[in-house]
Design a protein around this ligand. Sequence first.
Ligand code: GDP
Ligand code: IMO
Ligand code: MG
Length: 430
Amino acid sequence: MPVIVLVGAQWGDEGKGKATDLLGDRLDYVVKFNGGNNAGHTVVIEGEKYALHLLPSGILSPGVVPVIGNGVVIDLNVLFQEIDGLESRGIDTSRLRISANAHVIPSYNRSLDKVSERYLGARRIGTTGRGIGPTYADKMNRVGVRIQDLFDESILRQKVEAALSFKNQILAKIYNRQAVKPDDVVNELLSYVERLRPYVGDTALELSEALDAGKVVLCEAGQATLLDVDHGTYPFVTSSNATAGGACTGSGIPPTRIDRVVAVLKAFTSRVGEGPFPTELHDKFGDHLREVGQEYGTTTGRPRRIGWLDLVMARYAQRINGVTDFVLTKLDNYDDLDEIPVCVAYEVNGVRHDEMPISQSDFHHAVPIYETMPGWKQSIMGARSFDDLPKEAQDFVVFVEERIRARISVVGVGPARDQVIERHSVLSGA
Ligand code: GDP
Ligand code: IMO
Ligand code: MG
């Protein structure tokens, strides 16, 4: 039965949480396969706002089993804070499953993330400071701590000591910080063990059995295509694979079982942190979209950088992820505009680029080529079918769809769960 992968098409915050929530009652499992609490997904249900970081957005749907896959990095303090926060609001979190192979973010990696950013100064990445980069680096360097290690105290101690034997040198000699005591780290991690135990299992096996039994599984990406460590705007990226391929490695679901790939595309572009951004706006239009769209980070509260929609990037996202369906979000944020420029190509040193330039230096110098669409100057937040949209808004959707190599199956017209127009089923391809 179907596996659907849901990814972000831009630099994050496209509305992935809302898209997952929209599909919630049609899904049996929602798997988070990459990232950690650098993510921030806002979901609005019956006027109630939920901000999720580590838990998959599917946790808000009563019929869904939420899964934290092996590709995720887990800050255990944040995990239990988030579980407690949801429980206190009446959300049942007891179905949660956590992969024994997921990595833990130890406190020293949060410190290293913050001090290394400070050390980089003008060359900083603008990370969320949650210890994501150092923890994935440890994983690749084979000195990471996994969830399963917490259940064997002597193994846990060995691993923490091994990691700290060189990390303490870095903390003390490069960054002038105090060395961390292995005992303190071990004791903190052990304090979570009993609460953690019931959630932990072989999630790859559980998902395989669920698929054999005909269940519907959605793999939900954190971050997005241009933040992917391989396919994004490196080095201004996160440290995991946020593209569709990451769904396989980060969950243990094989590629042959994936049926559909849904990309969430915001009707304009935003970015948090440093790095190139060809369509970025530094004018009243950027300020207007930031305010009507409430574009402030769900995780760090930072104002998001804002730019016009970039179709070169959307086409790239379609190609890298093999997108079958797009969810176009926040179309309503254009309600007040007279006209809407859309980037259709770039010019770099006098040469037109219809695809992403191969070199990052060229991307830094890319000048957008715009086509301008007329605005509709009325609220579309009440529209529930494509025919309810004013002609100009319909034309905008069709204009975008014709240039991104996949159909736009869902259009978002507001933050609430029901503020959507479903044109096609993203689950069946019908
Ligand atoms: P994510 O990280 O991709 O899940 O996205 P975020 O939750 O960080 O940011 C998206 C924001 O847009 C959230 O505040 C959503 O409630 C909101 N949102 C999602 N879809 C729509 C839409 O179609 N219209 C409007 N106005 N807001 C939306
Ligand atoms: P969601 O899932 C937007 C950005 C950070 C920084 C870079 C690296 O809500 O779309 P990291 O802490 O991951 O090492 O930071 O990636 N970033 C995000 N930007 N949305 C996110 O998640 C992000 N997660 C990380 O701002 O530029
Ligand atoms: Mg977000």
